[in-house]
Design a binder for this molecule. Sequence first.
Ligand SMILES: Nc1ncnc2c1ncn2[C@@H]1O[C@H](COP(=O)(O)OP(=O)(O)OP(=O)(O)O)[C@@H](O)[C@H]1O
Length: 263
Amino acid sequence: MRTSRSAGDPRAPEIHAGDMNDSPTTAIAVSVLRKTYGSYAAVEDVSFDVPHGRVVGLLGPNGAGKTTTMRMLLGLARPDAGTALLDGTPYRELAQPARTVGAMLDDGGLHPGRTARQHLTISAAMAGVDAARVPAMLTETGLGAAADRRIGGYSLGMRQRLALAAALLGEPGILVLDEPANGLDPAGMRWLRQRLRAFADAGGAVLLSSHVLAEVSNVADDIIVVAQGRIVADGPIPELTARYGGDLESYYLDLTAETAEVR
Ligand SMILES: Nc1ncnc2c1ncn2[C@@H]1O[C@H](COP(=O)(O)OP(=O)(O)OP(=O)(O)O)[C@@H](O)[C@H]1O
C-alpha cells in the first residue's frame, strides 16, 4: 500500500515520508530525495512509493523536477541526499537491471544509423536478455514493417514505440516512463494504455510522467504532483479529484496555479 492517502484540501500539501520497508509489494521507494545544481534545488525532500499492481502518474509543471527524480531513480543522476530503491535495491546495485526495471527517458540513446531490429538486438545483448524476444517486441509495438529501416528516418512516434519496446525487452516488473505517450498516434496511445493496465494487473508497477492529463486520467490509478521540486499531492485520482467532479485537469490546474511560472 502507499504510505499516505488524503483527499483533504487539494491545495494543502500532502507530503509524507516514504515507506522504507522492503516489502515485496513496494516496487519503487523514494525517500527524502534531493538534487541541487549549484545553489538551485531541482528536487527537494521528495518521498513517495509505488506499489506493485499500480500505475502512478508523475505530474507537474515544466521544470518541476519530474525527469530529475526519474534520473536519480535510474542511477543516471546522483542524489545529494536521500534514497531511491527499486524492489528494495538502488539501481546501480541491481544484479540484472533490465529484468527489474524498464525505462524510457529522453530518446533512449537511439543511434540514427541503426535499424530498430539492430537496436533491440544490441540492447538485448547488453542486458543479458534472449534476443529471441526481439521480433515479438517489434511486432507488439507495431514496428514489424519498419524494423529494418534506419532509426534516423523514424518519426517521433516510431522512436517512442522503439523506446517502449526496449523498456519491455527484459520483461521487468517495474516501468519508469518519461512522457511515453508523446508523439504516439491514437492507436499507439490505446495500445500503451491497455499494455500498462495489463502490466499492472499482472503485478507490475508503473511510474510515468505526462502533461496529457486526459491520458493520465485514463491510465493511472494514482498521481504524484510535484511543483518547484516538492511533492504537493499524492494519492488515488478519484480521492484527490472528488471535489472537482473527478476532473483531473481542474484539480491539477487549481493545485499548481501558484507555481505555474517556469523556474
Ligand atoms: N543538468 C542540469 N543542470 C542544471 N539544471 C538542471 C539540470 N537538469 C535539470 N535541471 C533543472 O532542474 C529543474 C527540473 O528539471 P526537470 O527536467 O527535472 O523538470 P521536469 O519536471 O521534468 O520538466 P518538463 O516537464 O519540462 O520535462 C529545471 O529547472 C531544470 O532546468
